[in-house]
Design a protein around this ligand. Sequence first.
Ligand code: COA
Ligand code: MG
Length: 289
Amino acid sequence: MIKSALFVPGDSERKLEKAGSSGADALFIDLEDSVAVSAKQKARETSATYLQNATEKAPELWVRINAFDTGWVEADLAAIMPGKPKGVVLPKCEHASDVEKLSAMLRTHEAQVGQTDGATKIIAIITETARGLLNVGSYADADLPRLAGVTWGAEDLSADIGALRKRDERGRYTDVFRHARTVTLLVANACNVQALDTVFPDFSDAEGFADECSEARMDGFTGKMAIHPAQVAPINTTMSPTEDEITTARDIVDAFNAEPDAGVLSVNGKMVDRPHLRLAQRTLALAGH
Ligand code: COA
Ligand code: MG
């Protein structure tokens, strides 16, 4: 389970060096939007070397490759796959068939580098284009064994639809972005994969960031992406169930274990039934219990 994923520009040796000790569960080494076109090749090489030299089990190392419409996916995979990344983050994913297409490419590369078939997972960014947002229904019925998570992006979507703002005067995302965020949660749960919340670019606004992390957790996201090391700790804290939540969840699970045939029970003066049990089990799973 990835609570925190830190984006690191793939062409920056310095940031890669620092990212390892950031406390993030995963690094998303970026070959896409944070890397200038002129630096793409350097980024591939730098990321490949970093992957090859990595010996620790944590953080998990993922690579965000370029989108299919660039024509660079094959070059990206050829560079990184010998380093056996945990997975690949696919930007501007527009349909379940994009995940299938990437899966087929990964399979070939896995065979070439002696990696187990299916070992390389995929996290798809599914709301970066209008087309992608319209096709979110495609994932639930597809067979996508490599898919480990979905997430959403606001920056590219605003460029794609011509939105001049993403948030209203009160700082809340406007409708189309809230829609993107909402469908990401639904796709994740329909596919039984992780829902990761999007980035918060203003890394100096600690208060705004804390609010956004908390809102994400309350709504059902189980992880969030960071763009700066300072964002990692707040994510890890917020995405971890509190002691109170764990105690309550355990009380509910224990009560049903004690009376497995019960439909509804009273726990700590409150009615609990099957949905409460499912939620309690999710809380314990999230807490690693
Ligand atoms: N990963 C690892 N280290 C990072 C980092 C990151 N994402 N962001 C910053 N750092 C390091 C910096 O190198 C700096 O260390 P140093 O002074 O020892 O070199 C330290 O953390 C503090 O950084 P700070 O000075 O506050 O920020 P900055 O001006 O160097 O960088 C950004 C600001 C936004 C350019 C940088 O955070 C960044 O590159 N973020 C990732 C961008 C990205 O990948 N975007 C794609 C997804 S949307
Ligand atoms: Mg982008």
